[in-house]
Design a protein around this ligand. Structure first.
Ligand code: AMP
Length: 213
């Protein structure tokens, strides 16, 4: 099964994608993670996109479509979860063409609905274990021991450079201008399932499960 998790920054796409990877042996394709890896490993492309990402703007369609095409050629185990891709109409068209090219198809697009105020709160307090990727929050989910990951025991907590109020405003603007039209696009194709992304992680996971069945 190949699915898209669609929603604004902070909707919980990454958290839910990681659950699906564990529970269903799916492969998470997060263009944000791929771009951050390119940046951290100092590749020429990574350096080129670093400023754009830090400001909260979208990188070019060409770059992210190229990243996705590389991954689509590999093993797809229990299917792909597209997380943070597509983010523009040209990316959505390109994904459709690539899936066809590699003999695959799209099953469901899950739209995670969260109101803007909740997004701002979620994002500005967010930090992640740099080792295993577990996500924490200053107010709602602190590790049992400060700075030590509950899941893997490492002390490597990281905050994203673009999880600040200024960059978040730009990221939200980019979402409403360029990504939200995808909701109508996939609705018209008959692929869209909208869920409430505001509840507890378990509740949202249950809604996603229902949307996929
Ligand atoms: P994310 O981790 O999905 O929030 O993405 C972090 C940043 O990476 C975004 O704010 C963009 O700068 C860039 N990015 C990730 N995915 C895409 C995409 N599909 N199209 C354009 N830029 C992207």
């Amino acid at each position: 099964m190949n699915i898209i998790l669609l929603g604004p920054p902070g909707a919980g796409k990454g958290t839910q994608a990681r659950r699906l990877v564990e529970e269903r042996n799916m492969i998470q394709l997060s263009t944000g993670d791929m771009l951050r890896e390119a940046k951290d490993s100092g590749t020429e492309m990574g350096e080129r996109v670093a400023k754009v990402m830090a400001a909260g703007q979208l990188v070019t369609d060409e770059i992210v479509i190229g990243l996705i095409e590389e991954k689509l050629q590999g093993d797809n185990a229990g299917g792909f979860i597209f997380d943070g891709f597509p983010r523009t109409l040209p990316q959505a068209d390109a994904l459709g063409a690539l899936l066809t090219k590699y003999g695959k198809s799209l099953d469901v697009v899950v739209e995670m609905q969260v109101d803007d105020e909740a997004l701002v709160n979620r994002i500005t307090g967010r930090f992640t274990c740099g080792n295993c990727g577990e996500v924490y929050h200053d107010d709602t989910k602190r590790p049992a021991k400060d700075d030590v990951c509950d899941v893997c025991g490492e002390s490597d907590m990281k905050r994203r450079a673009d999880d600040n109020a200024d960059a978040l405003r730009t990221r939200l603007m980019e979402y409403y201008k360029k990504t939200s039209p995808l909701i109508g696009y996939y609705y018209a194709k008959g692929d869209l399932r909208s869920i409430n992304g505001l509840g507890e992680i378990e509740d949202v996971a249950g809604e996603i499960k229902a949307a996929l069945s």
